[in-house]
Write a protein that binds this ligand. Structure first.
Ligand SMILES: [Cu+2]
Length: 415
């Protein structure tokens, strides 16, 4: 075993260790900067159904997101271009449909900060396994922003029938994308491999003068004036033939495809427009006066001034930031989805239980849990632009849920 192979083995063992260790087999959820997770996209109400499926079954993921008004200045944002994606191993599923606010998301789009977007992604299971399914936004020039993941189990299908992925073309032909034109794919691979290997054989194996070092030695011994004698007239001729044959194959292939499939539509790259919904704030005005992040207590305290301008009493139920839910367990109705991760069931304490209609009051909110540590939110203090943002959820007396974003500067504290 040479050094290279040994090194590769070591790397793969280390990679395996990293993958196997750690709880819940996280794969990047925690890797992004805390400030980036807090202040880019607020995801909530993410549901995946069903979480147990069989190969061939359809799985639907729905949820909502609000792009933060506290989006970091230096980071390109969703108001330019983004694509709604799904975090799943590609060949294990096929994506059937995706939409935002009812608009098909085959192409990219843009969103307005502070508006509400409801998304839906439909996939069909193709290969059995256990997967963590995330909604993703691929933001142009910023990268991928990840929503909360849900584990799904896909079992083998009951029948032995092969997996089919049928679509109807414009001409009305029904084709199975699992094996459509597979012969063509093999054919062209073989053609180019033969051509490539032939070229290499001619240049690397046939020459009597050897390849690199002998040629270098030849020049070193007989002088640079003789360098041209290394490439013979025959070499020029053969290279010319390779060049001509390659161009001829490409041109013929192109003309053949044009005549066989005269009507084709290029992949669509333009942007589609989608209108964001207004966030239902339910007549509660919130002003964040200051916020502190306690390192030792793993908590974020927010001193706020709230004014209830609605006709109904309001109770603060939940705070979400960086996909972590801090729930006020005194308020009923803030349920958990089955199998949900990153939830602190009693992590939110609110100094004022009920805000009466017309009342204006100071409210201290405390989001406290070891999840801050677990999801590496402690990195917040290393941020040169220490600001936080999150979504507050609250209910009126009728049980209607409202929400709005809160955010501002945050001071780290050690006490
Ligand atoms: Cu995940």
């Amino acid at each position: 075993m040479n050094l290279g192979t040994k090194f590769l083995k070591l790397i793969s063992v280390l990679a395996l260790l990293v993958l196997v260790s750690g709880d819940a087999m996280a794969h990047g959820e925690r890797a992004q900067l805390a400030s980036m997770r807090m202040r880019t996209v607020h995801w909530f109400d993410i549901k995946v159904e069903p979480q147990n499926a069989k190969v061939g079954d359809t799985i639907v993921m729905t949820g909502k997101f609000i792009p933060s008004k506290f989006w970091p200045e230096q980071l390109p944002s969703v108001d330019d271009t983004f694509f709604l994606n799904v975090g799943l191993p590609g060949p294990k599923f096929i994506r059937v449909n995706s939409e935002i606010n009812g608009v098909p998301m085959i192409r990219s789009t843009a969103a307005e900060k502070g508006k509400l977007y409801e998304f839906k992604v439909v996939v069909r299971a193709r290969v059995a396994g256990r997967y963590h399914m995330h909604p993703l936004l691929n933001v142009k020039d910023a990268g991928t922003l990840v929503g909360k993941g849900t584990w799904i189990d896909v079992d083998e299908s009951d029948s032995d029938a092969p997996y089919v992925n049928e679509v109807t073309t414009m001409q009305g032909d029904v084709i199975d994308l699992e094996n459509y034109a597979l012969g063509n794919v093999y054919f062209w691979h073989v053609v180019w491999i033969i051509l490539g290997v032939a070229y290499l054989v001619y240049w690397l194996i046939l020459p009597k003068k050897g390849v690199f070092i002998p040629r270098y030695m030849f020049i070193a011994e007989s002088g640079i004036d003789k360098a041209n004698s290394l490439v013979t007239k025959k070499d020029f001729m053969v290279s010319g033939v390779f060049f001509t044959v390659t161009l001829a194959i490409i041109l013929t292939g192109y003309l053949w495809a044009e005549s066989k499939y005269p009507v084709t539509i290029p992949l669509q790259t333009g942007k589609v427009e989608v209108v964001g919904y207004e966030v239902p704030t339910g007549g509660l005005e919130i002003a964040v006066e200051n916020a502190t992040y306690e390192l030792t207590g793993r908590n974020l305290s927010m001193r706020t001034r709230m004014k209830n301008t609605s006709a109904s009493p309001i109770r603060i139920a939940e705070f979400i930031t960086a996909n972590i839910r801090f729930i006020n367990d005194k308020v009923p109705g803030t349920g958990m989805v089955a199998g949900e991760e990153m939830v602190s069931k009693d992590g939110l304490s609110v100094s004022v239980d009920v805000i009466a209609p017309g009342q204006e009051v100071d409210v201290l909110l405390k989001a406290e849990d070891a999840l801050w540590e677990k999801y590496r939110m402690t990195g917040l203090i290393y941020d040169p632009d220490s600001r936080f943002a999150g979504m507050l959820f609250y209910y009126d007396a009728q049980g209607n849920r409202y929400q709005q974003e809160v955010g501002g500067a945050v001071l780290p504290s050690n006490f």
